[in-house]
Design a protein around this ligand. Sequence first.
Ligand code: RUQ
Ligand code: CUA
Ligand code: CA
Length: 639
Amino acid sequence: MDSSKDDSKDEAHITASRRGFLGRSAAMGLVGVSLGLAGCKEDAPAKTASAGAPAKGAANEVAPGQLDDYYAFTSAGHGGEARVIGLPSGRTLKRIPVFNIDCMVGWGITNESKAIMGTKADGSLKYITGDTHHVHASYKDGTYDGRFMWVNDKIHSRLARIRMDTMECDKIVQLPNVMGFHGIFPDKCDPVDAKINYTTRVFCGGEFSIPLPNDGRDLDDPSKWGALFSCVDASTMEVRWQVRVDGNMDLVATSYDGKFAASNQYNTENAADLAGMMAAERDACVFFHVARIEQLVKAGKFTTIGASKVPVVDGRKAANADPATAVTCYVPVGKNPHGVNASPDGKYFVCSGKLSPTATVIDLSLVAQWYEGKLKQPRDAVVAEPEIGLGPLHTAFDGKGNAYTSLFLDSQCVKWNVAAAIAQFKGDKNAKVIIEKMDVQYQPGHNYASMGETKEADGKYLNSGNKFSKDRFLPVGPLHPETEQLIDISGAKMRLVADHTAYSEPHDGIIVRRDIVKTRQIYTMEDFPNHVTPDNAGVTRHGNKVQVRLMSQAPAYSMPIIKVKKGDEVTLTLTNYDKVEDLTHGCALPTYNINFIVNPQETKSVTFKADHAGAYWLYCTHFCHALHLEMRSRFLVEA
Ligand code: RUQ
Ligand code: CUA
Ligand code: CA
């Protein structure tokens, strides 16, 4: 095998690789026809030169000691965590374990984190895998308020909340009777009481149809299966209600007035196989009338499914034909759409076609009119449908009337003007819809702009989350990092300012101005009910249940020797008495799988069976002091 040939920088090879990807898709029968590429127009505007080299005086330069202007909060895909990145530098600031186990902080190891993640009767974790796609933060007055973020888990249909002051997950809820929970979006305002102008609900789209309940019935009859849209209370994190829909849901967006949540549907066919999901020429974006759903729930007009007590309202088409009482409105959009995004002026939702080279622009005021009986057909709410390129997925906004859509198949980001698209739809042949197309490397999934999902969209940066990097970075084996390309969108022309790497595989993210985020410096000891005090520190025993209460203060633990007996069930609680910001200690116990950290004034605990005798050095893992290595105690398990 000739492996010496370095073809990684060979353009032809790259192009071939890219074709290979598409070719493989086509060979698998994957959307061969549609991707082969319906409506591909040859008269598309000329591409700008491939932005291979970053611009001179790159705008991403953040000098040593200088702080970034923005935080990016991103998902991590099947890594199961969330991430915090500084922008424009691209420096990774933090990884927030959520659905995954992380032995640096002890997530999935400590009792406190396990209680959040969920355990089985024997105390072990219910799930050890996760698939995070979408991170969205809480709102007030149409912009971020710095309280919370939420992230979905597609694999086990869970929604997690992350406190922005500590950047740690504090609650996780599982959605009943949902599989493939994909899109999420917090509401921005109450649908009835406009004084409640902050997030109180989080909406969740269920992508896969399953038997309802999923207990073994109807296995051979997918026509009876269904999908649910869920509303979670932002503060209690309990599921408030669900709506059964026709078709499926993918991504979710919410209106600025709180009246609507919407989800794009690529499977309006209700099909259970690939060909069936591509049968219809148009699919839909379904708009949920939040106030009416809550009225029905209040009036007791709902059902429940299986063992779940969550109220379920019928949002299927047949039950919602009358606009006067409907809770759902299905607006037809381009074939197999992906992504639905709200424009920062609050007026439009944009759905990308994916299998149609178009984006569909829906006017929210017209959706409202349909519900008031003033609009004939839901389809009349469509006010533009420009052709923008192949494989459009997600759309970001700059707050200046322009939209930026990722084109997966074209490997481009297309900048287009929303007002021009509407004018063109009305018949203006001179409307200049497409402003610029920029090559990205390669095949973008999600993109997102600085503050782009708020009323404060500032049109500074766009991040293109590209699924393939190939030649962009030093090779690291068959799996490459992804390319997160940072694009300066503040000028007339888009300008690539950096290729940042990302470990597989972030999907979506948000870019938040740094002044919005207010983090804590240290914890408050009293916030932990089980914190150790000098009075209760030490070893106490009740039968074979042993409490080990330990304190840390650099460079020592409060007990040099800890003695237990083989067979004991040990609960070790550690409170960090250091008060200096960032003065964190670790706690590792060899052969017992114990490994976690305690930040200043924080308390954590672990429970384990001391099932093998011997001497074990309980040691500090987190560099804390000149005598960090000496910071250890003898943990003795007597035979
Ligand atoms: S959605 S890019 Cu498009 Cu979850 Cu992944
Ligand atoms: Cu304490 Cu290292
Ligand atoms: Ca379809």
